[in-house]
Design a protein around this ligand. Structure first.
Ligand code: HEC
Length: 157
C-alpha cells in the first residue's frame, strides 16, 4: 500500500510538472493554452523573428535595435516607461476599446480595428492616420505573420 501511495504521488507530480512546462511556452499570461496560431504570434511578439526560419522580421525606422514587440511594449504588451520612450498598451482589448484606447497618460485615444492595427504596425500611423512617434518601427509582416501576431494580441488579458 505504501508503495502504491508513492507511485500515485509520483504520477501526480509528473502530471503537474508537464502541465507546468506546457504553461511555460503556451499561454503563460493567458487563462488557458494558446492556439497554435497565437503561440506562433507570441514567438513573433517576443523575438521579432519568424517562427519557422528564425530570421528577423524586416523593419525600417524606429529605434536602431533588433528586438521583438515585447522589448518596447513589455512582455505583457501593456506598455513601458523608459528614459528613451513611453510605449502604449497594445493588447487587443485596449486598442479596440469602444471608448477609445487608453494612452500612457491616461487620456483616451482613437479606437482601432484589426486593419488599423495592421496599418499602425506596417505603415507607422495611428488609427486616425497621424504618424506614430519615431521609436516605433515599421514592420514588413507577411499575411501569415500578421494573422499570428493578431491572434496573440487578442489572447493577451
Ligand atoms: C523600439 C521600440 C518599439 C518596438 C520594437 C515596437 N514598438 Fe510599437 N510603439 C512604440 C512606441 C514608442 C509607440 C508609441 C507611438 C506614439 O505614441 O506615437 C508604439 C506604438 C504602437 C502602436 C500604436 C498604438 C497607439 O498609440 O496608437 C501599435 C499598434 C504598436 N506599437 C504595435 C507594435 C507591435 C505589434 C510591435 C512588434 C511587431 C511593436 N509595436 C514594436 C515602440 C515600439
Amino acid at each position: 500500500m505504501r508503495n502504491l501511495g508513492l507511485l500515485v504521488a509520483g504520477v501526480v507530480l509528473l502530471a503537474g510538472g508537464l502541465a507546468g512546462l506546457g504553461g511555460l511556452g503556451l499561454g503563460l499570461l493567458g487563462p488557458g493554452p494558446l492556439s497554435v496560431e497565437a503561440a506562433r504570434g507570441e514567438w513573433i511578439f517576443q523575438t521579432g523573428t519568424d517562427p519557422d526560419t528564425g530570421e528577423p522580421i524586416p523593419y525600417s525606422g524606429g529605434m536602431p535595435m533588433v528586438m521583438g514587440c515585447a522589448g518596447c511594449h513589455g512582455p505583457d504588451g501593456r506598455g513601458l516607461r523608459t528614459p528613451m520612450f513611453i510605449s502604449p498598451d497594445i493588447t487587443y482589448r485596449n486598442l479596440t476599446d469602444p471608448g477609445g484606447m487608453v494612452e500612457p497618460d491616461g487620456s483616451r485615444g482613437p479606437r482601432y480595428t484589426d486593419e488599423l492595427i495592421r496599418r499602425a504596425i506596417t505603415v507607422g500611423v495611428d488609427a486616425e492616420g497621424r504618424p506614430l512617434a519615431w521609436p516605433m518601427p515599421r514592420w514588413r509582416l507577411t499575411d501569415r505573420q500578421w494573422q499570428e501576431l493578431l491572434a496573440y494580441l487578442k489572447s493577451l488579458p
